[in-house]
Ligand binder design. Structure first.
Ligand SMILES: Cc1cc2nc3c(=O)[nH]c(=O)nc-3n(C[C@H](O)[C@H](O)[C@H](O)COP(=O)(O)OP(=O)(O)OC[C@H]3O[C@@H](n4cnc5c(N)ncnc54)[C@H](O)[C@@H]3O)c2cc1C
Length: 435
């Protein structure tokens, strides 16, 4: 068989969503070709480092345990940072539903599994355009050739030029995108276990709030993250593109500031930076969902804005959307109908899963919090710090006087209007999540 002249489905992009889609199609014996612009799997892709096992269980029911995981996340830590001080809330669990893995070994493992099932890959090749006939997508144009198929699945990630060209998706605005910058820092396994208080393959993750702006600077909408691997720790910052425009601070400057915080510095000291990377994340969520299908074409993963920014989840949404896209392709092949009439089943099925349900739950959270960013990332972290200073020190004035002064200063610094706005935003997020 010549796959290029006889393929059922072309998948653009060998990230988690594209490969999950290809695997689902190949499992049913249909012919699928994945075209990837990078020369090797995972080399151009990056993430913080945690994959959630649920979607992987569905993709590999018998051997999802066999992926080259680094550490299983049993400790989730949420850290409020101030200039020098920090407050940390830890959730430590016996079992784990997520694990760290390097992007290179994750993507390579997925691709190898796909190849074992007969998926054909063309690497080092960029899809430049889609081929249209009578309003249907019928193939792709690469820099070298034209290749035809019954369906094209666009799993091209954040830089979704083709999805925009089809008119299914509009260009992402800065308010709907995050730029993530990350360093991988090598530390010995023993040192990681000792400093992070871990054993064997246990892992820890951290989310950091606040502490990134200097005095008199605009407060950025930015979150830090840190994950433990076997012999390395990844640390990064995700900053809203809108904040980068407004604050005029470079993203790596925020990362440097995060690394300088005593909480972080002590954990990473003597580590060697072995990798630096940057990548964008769509965060428009439910409100910015593109049109997910048209005649002969489907959108999956980041290309379809399927990222849950509240929980730092992208790979599992990508994999789940890839699986469903693959199932709908298989159905279309059986029906021999590649029009919207059949492909609309993709949207229907996706809306029944956690992918759309979770995005809907948090649909207004990011934009609401963006408007209150100085409260969340500056004012309240400082107040929490003040409170703990009081809580952990003794003074001749006595605790009661301390609390009175704390409350007086709190209401002096915060006008009633601002406080009401904060409460309304919080309630809005809460109602959105539960109603
Ligand atoms: C800083 C950062 C931290 C993150 N942390 C996490 C995390 O801890 N956990 C988590 O679950 N998610 C995380 N994510 C999100 C996660 O990485 C993405 O949601 C996920 O990779 C999306 O998968 P995808 O297959 O849709 O796209 P991608 O992984 O981006 O893959 C798209 C592929 O398409 C290829 N491609 C693009 N255009 C073309 C073309 N025209 N022709 C051929 N090939 C093309 C690209 O080279 C790439 O290989 C993070 C993201 C960032 C940036």
């Amino acid at each position: 068989m010549d796959i290029k002249s006889d393929t059922d489905v072309i998948v653009v992009g060998a990230g988690p969503s594209g490969i999950a889609c290809a695997i689902t199609i190949a499992k049913k014996g249909n012919k699928v070709l994945v075209i990837e612009k990078a020369s090797d799997f995972g080399v151009k892709n990056m993430f913080g480092g945690a994959v959630y096992l649920e979607s992987l269980k569905e993709l590999f029911p018998d051997d999802y345990q066999n992926l080259p995981y680094e550490r299983f996340l049993k400790s989730h830590n949420y850290v409020i940072l101030n200039d020098e001080n920090s407050v940390c809330v830890s959730y430590n669990s016996k079992n784990s539903d997520s694990a760290t893995i390097t992007r290179y070994s994750f993507d390579t493992y997925l691709a190898q599994k796909a190849m074992d099932l007969g998926v054909y890959f063309i690497q080092n090749t960029t899809v430049e355009d889609l081929i249209l006939k009578d309003g249907n997508v019928v193939g792709v144009k690469t820099e070298n050739e034209e290749i035809y198929s019954k369906i094209v699945v666009l799993a091209e990630g954040f830089n979704s030029i083709l999805s925009e060209k089809t008119g299914l998706k509009k260009k992402t605005e800065p308010k709907d995108a995050i730029l993530g910058v990350k360093e991988t820092i090598r530390l010995s396994c023993e040192l990681i276990n000792e400093r992070f208080q871990l054993q064997d393959n246990e892992g820890k993750m951290f989310q950091f709030f606040g502490g990134l702006a200097k005095e008199n600077e605009d407060i950025p909408f930015a979150l830090g993250f840190m994950y433990t691997f076997k012999n390395a720790v990844t640390i990064g910052v995700g900053v809203s593109m809108k904040s980068l425009q407004d604050c005029k601070v470079k993203p790596y400057e925020y990362l440097e500031r995060l690394k300088e915080k005593p909480f972080v510095k002590n954990l990473l000291s003597d580590g060697e930076v072995i990798e630096y990377s940057a990548h964008s994340i769509p965060e428009g969520g439910y409100n910015e969902l593109p049109k997910l299908y048209s005649n002969g074409v489907l959108l999956t993963g980041d290309a379809a804005n399927l990222v849950d920014s509240v929980h730092f989840e992208g790979t599992n949404l990508g994999i789940k959307s890839g699986i469903i896209a693959g199932e709908v392709c298989n159905m279309a092949i059986i029906k021999n109908d590649y029009s919207k009439k059949t492909l609309k089943e993709y949207k229907k099925a996706l809306y029944k899963t956690f992918v759309i349900k979770d995005l809907k739950t948090y649909k207004d959270v990011i934009q609401t919090l963006f408007k209150r960013k100085s409260s969340i990332f500056s004012f309240y972290p400082k107040q929490i710090d003040e409170f703990f200073k009081l809580w952990t020190s003794a003074s001749n004035k006595g605790k009661k006087q301390g609390y009175k002064t704390f409350l007086k200063e709190f209401f002096f610094k915060r006008s009633l209007i601002e406080l009401i706005k904060d409460v309304i935003s919080f309630v809005k997020c809460l109602i959105g999540a539960i109603v």
